[in-house]
Design a protein around this ligand. Structure first.
Ligand SMILES: C[S@@+](CC[C@H](N)C(=O)[O-])C[C@H]1O[C@@H](n2cnc3c(N)ncnc32)[C@H](O)[C@@H]1O
Length: 282
């Protein structure tokens, strides 16, 4: 017997060089199911071309402007996953930003992307896993997480909680709790441990100063719920981890914008797709 033909899951990437506000303005309203993005955090990060040090108020106003486009293109039951981190010297930033978006979105869930953690297994001891940037400080502790704010237009976007579910540690809970339906899966909760991959050379393997792992994007998309015709958008594409995550879970259409030609070229290289026309030489 012939083996069953494997269904090919091809993602169609529309990747554009340029400003995402202008780019999103060309997309139809209510046309995107999932936005997953990490904008610049205004923490003076050394990007190739973008200057990450605007006056605080100008930065927040700009965020309101691109978020307005996100709100316009997002479907009424869509999900906007906003990844943002802070620095110990700038701890209010994620909260200020999400408060600024309060007039545009409902904060439906708050997740924590945990980059490094220490747990105590039942048999004793401690296990540490993941990576973090060590801080040499008498005042601050190492910052091992970033926020993922799950913003929606109405606060009632249904989610596929078991799409990123985990097995029960205590299997007797499966029968004890009626809502399990006999399945060995429970909601993962809002602490997501996703470490960066260990790399030997940043320039060679991850040439961008502020990325998230593709798995983070993949889990956000799975949590929103996989279905036919899903359209996923990242307005701040960087080197393309959201696109990789979308491909990993079989999304058919992905749209991304990136203002820096070098990062966009790298994203295309990693995805194995031709680079689009760049708006100007870099
Ligand atoms: C935090 S990084 C995103 C990294 C991405 N998540 C990844 O994993 O590769 C933010 C990116 O936004 C880009 N950017 C800044 N302003 C932009 C704009 N107006 N439109 C599109 N991209 C912009 C920067 O060049 C930078 O690559």
């Amino acid at each position: 017997m012939k083996p069953a033909a494997r269904k090919k899951s091809r993602t169609r990437f529309t990747l554009r060089h340029g400003d995402c506000i202008a780019g999103m303005a060309k997309l139809p309203a209510d046309s995107v199911n999932v936005v997953i993005t990490s904008p610049p955090y205004n923490l003076d990060i050394a990007y190739r071309s973008y200057r990450d040090n605007a006056p605080r108020e100008a930065y927040l106003e700009w965020c309101g402007n691109w978020a307005a486009e996100v709100q316009r293109v997002l479907k009424p039951n869509g999900s906007f996953f906003l990844n943002i981190g802070a620095m110990p010297v700038n701890p209010w930033l994620p909260h200020e930003l999400v408060l600024r978006l309060r007039s545009q979105f409902v904060l439906q869930n708050t997740l924590h992307w945990v980059k490094s953690i220490t747990v105590q297994p039942k048999d004793g001891g401690e296990i540490s896993a993941g990576h973090f940037k060590p801080l040499n400080s008498k005042r601050y502790i190492n910052d091992c997480h970033e926020y993922i704010f799950h913003l929606t237009r109405n606060g009632d976007t249904p989610l596929d909680r078991l799409g990123v579910g985990v097995a029960y540690a205590d299997k007797s809970n499966i029968a004890r709790w009626g809502h399990t339906d006999g399945k060995d899966k429970r909601c993962r909760g809002n602490n997501w441990f996703i470490p960066y991959k260990t790399i030997a050379s940043r320039d060679g393997e991850r040439p961008h100063p502020a990325t998230f792992p593709a798995q983070l994007a993949e889990w956000c998309i799975r949590l929103h719920g996989l279905r036919d015709g899903l359209v996923v958008l990242d307005p701040f594409l960087g080197i393309g981890h959201a696109a990789e995550g979308a491909r990993a879970c079989g999304v058919k259409k992905f749209i991304g914008f990136e203002i820096d030609a070098g990062y966009l070229r790298e994203a295309c290289k990693r995805l194995g797709v031709p680079a689009p026309k760049m708006r100007c030489a870099d």
